[in-house]
Design a protein around this ligand. Sequence first.
Ligand SMILES: NC(=O)c1ccc[n+]([C@@H]2O[C@H](COP(=O)([O-])OP(=O)(O)OC[C@H]3O[C@@H](n4cnc5c(N)ncnc54)[C@H](O)[C@@H]3O)[C@@H](O)[C@H]2O)c1
Length: 342
Amino acid sequence: MEKIFYTIQGKRSDIIIGRAWELVGDLIPAGQTVIITDSNVSGYYFDEFPDCKVLTLSPGESSKSLSTVDQIVKELLKLEVDRSYFLLGIGGGVVSDITGFVASVYMRGVRFGLVSTSLLSQVDASIGGKNGVNSSGYKNVIGCFTQPEFVICDTTILKTLPYEDFKSGLAEIVKYALIRDSKLFSLLEERASSINEGNKSLMDEILSRSVKIKIDIVEEDVREKGERRLLNFGHTIGHAIEAANGLKHGLAIARGMVFSSLISLEEGYLDKDKYNRIIALLKSLGLLDGVPGISSSYLEIVRRDKKREKNIIHFVLLNDIGSAFIKEMPLQDLVTWMENKI
Ligand SMILES: NC(=O)c1ccc[n+]([C@@H]2O[C@H](COP(=O)([O-])OP(=O)(O)OC[C@H]3O[C@@H](n4cnc5c(N)ncnc54)[C@H](O)[C@@H]3O)[C@@H](O)[C@H]2O)c1
């Protein structure tokens, strides 16, 4: 078991990686904790939950809304939950985003922690303190930055995660390797088949490297004004593909990473052999299976990207495997580039 901690805005968060699921009971106040989960996760793990009140959401992105927040608030009020209580999210990225958001706003803030049950939430969603819900067709447009007290990332819990959701997390791991860690990239290349088989010690190692990269970047730039933008590698186009095709997040991001790597190649920043290695790795991890190419419907969605400022997109490009930089790109240049590829 490995414990990594970070401190942001004076608040410490502990990330516990490894066989740690059983520890959660020791980290929460007895009799004053409410669990928020979804019905898939509670279906598998309810018997292992600590003895607390449980609020169960419908699984999936549609639960990430203000109406769910309102429902949870009503339940918390019914349970007479006051500011001394603790909220424990047990689930994937949807549960962690909602739990963090409710904990930030309920009675102006209560303590919270997370047991991350999907690979995507272990490597990404539950780390860094961004919480939020979707509204009016925009993802995560209402939200805040609040750090959980702890995040438990126990890879044994991934055994029940559907393969497509596992691949979603893998895509984010490839992203970390591409933007910051060439050794992680080589490890992924060498051990792709063991990863697909879910080798536990290998997963713990990969998880630990990925979490450290995310923490490093987030500590440098809490509010996403500079370095944190690197984490958006593959996401500008990836989000458009996700929104247009309803494709799983990771597969859409994998396709977005292909396009961002291609722009890096065509603009002369990235060598051809490195571009080929990126495509080969994404393929060997099954991340390009059945993923569509670019279509004109993405253009409008890219135009609406909430991360753009006026008509400038902070587009993330690669100049090497393990090294990324931000290029301020007029939105129109990106749109023209995409139009030329359709
Ligand atoms: N806040 C952030 O920084 C951040 C970063 C990345 C993604 N996100 C958000 O995370 C969400 C995606 O996360 P996700 O992929 O975990 O989605 P999710 O929470 O919907 O989980 C995916 C599916 O797997 C199921 N599941 C989760 N753990 C399981 C387990 N151990 N066994 C069986 N089934 C399990 C869930 O019920 C769900 O059906 C999106 O809403 C995205 O916006 C947030």
